[in-house]
Design a protein around this ligand. Structure first.
Ligand code: F6P
Length: 372
């Protein structure tokens, strides 16, 4: 009845293997052949793939990472040797050489865009399943991987509480999420952070310091500040809106990713700056913890295992019925196909009137603005 290819692209997250298993088992149930493409779109360009059978997708439900490997390579802009080349046609040719009826891409925003571009420019069938710890994909209530990462970040905040309490310190905890605040806000509320700073609400350190001093004066001698990696201060937002050239603004900012001997070190730039300035303003000793890629590692949560299996099997069902060029999203309690054109290129950040923001304010969490 047909053959499908499956690949995992972009940053990994817990649950990728669970989705591969769900798609493959359901597809095989319907009699489809399943080819696993290695290392994202690069594997299709370089013809690196493996046939997935029942044995290969068995026992992987609980495993973190992706058995197929992942990369951030885009077909239309792929580093090849010392050149960056448009490999769209090669990707399309290899899709046909494998006799694929559809290419199932497990990925986030970037992957949805790349898959849709392949469909539009190369005429091939694609399907996307929404993966990312950032939870920032349009047309789905949740992405897989988010719940697991939120659990890890929440546990980290719990652990930081006990040491912050013992030493009467402020601890700033930097949480991933790219330009969206979902992970930081969710984990911050679940972990009971006293201050939560997210990219959607430009922060004002005077407002943050004021709320921390109120805590101090009420007898609470420690505080936890959850900081999303993409936060911007009111001053930075104003500079961005003004005529300050982008190059100069970037130079003024501290470096976040620095390559040393080809190794990317994630600097704790933003979180360190927040900690330093808050220590100066409050007189309370501050420390910084950057959770980094720990948030993307390890086994998926029970919620994600269930979600991944539901998304994967729904994808298998749709593939068997030749329903292509969709993303399988979550709407309420259902897994539903959404036209890919409605997803590609659109980021879902936290709306300012979102229930989680109201919730945080009602438990007196400072969100870094004047309303706090
Ligand atoms: O999109 C997932 C994510 O973990 C973001 O939260 C983060 O900004 C980025 O990937 C880190 O990317 P890399 O793994 O390439 O350092």
């Amino acid at each position: 009845p047909g053959t499908i290819g499956i690949l995992t692209a972009g940053g990994d997250c817990p649950g990728l293997n669970a989705v591969i298993r769900g798609v493959a088992k359901a597809a095989m149930h319907y009699g489809l052949r399943v080819i696993g493409i290695q290392d994202g779109f690069r594997g299709l360009v370089e013809n690196r793939f493996v046939e997935l059978d029942n044995r290969m997708v068995s026992g992987i439900l609980t495993q973190g990472g992706t058995l197929l490997g992942s990369s951030r390579d885009k077909p239309h802009k792929m580093p090849m040797g010392n050149k960056v080349m448009n490999m769209t046609q090669v990707t399309v040719d290899n899709y046909h050489a494998l006799n694929l009826d559809c290419l199932v891409c497990l990925g986030g925003n970037g992957t949805a865009k790349n898959a849709y571009r392949l469909h539009q420019q190369g005429g091939i069938n694609v399907m996307v399943l929404p993966k990312t710890i950032d939870n920032d994909v349009a047309e789905t209530d949740i992405t897989f991987g988010f719940d697991s990462a939120m659990g890890i970040a929440t546990e980290a905040i719990d652990r930081l509480h006990t040491t912050a309490t013992s030493h009467h310190r402020i601890i700033v905890c930097e949480i991933m999420g790219h330009d969206a605040g979902w992970l930081c806000l969710g984990a911050g509320i679940a972990g009971g952070a006293d201050v939560i700073l997210i990219p959607e609400i430009p922060y004002n350190l005077d407002a943050v310091a004021r709320s921390l001093l109120v805590r101090q004066h009420s007898g609470k001698r420690f505080s936890i500040i959850a900081v999303a990696e993409g936060i911007r201060s009111v001053q930075e937002v104003a500079a961005a809106a003004s005529s300050v050239p982008r190059k100069r603004r970037d130079k003024d900012k501290e470096v976040v990713h620095q390559a040393v001997d080809g190794v990317h070190l994630v600097q704790e730039a933003t979180a360190s700056r927040v900690a330093r300035e808050i220590q100066q303003r409050t007189g309370v000793e501050a420390r910084v913890t950057s959770l980094g890629h720990v948030q993307r590692g390890g086994p998926p949560s029970a919620f994600d295992r269930l979600l991944c299996t539901r998304l994967g099997t729904m994808a298998g069902h749709l593939l068997a019925h030749r329903k292509y060029n969709v993303m399988v999203g979550v709407k309420g309690t259902d897994c539903v196909p959404v036209p890919l054109g409605k997803v590609a290129g659109i980021k879902r950040t936290v709306p300012r009137d979102h229930d989680w923001i109201k919730t945080a304010r009602l438990v007196a969490t400072c969100l870094g603005d004047e309303e706090s």
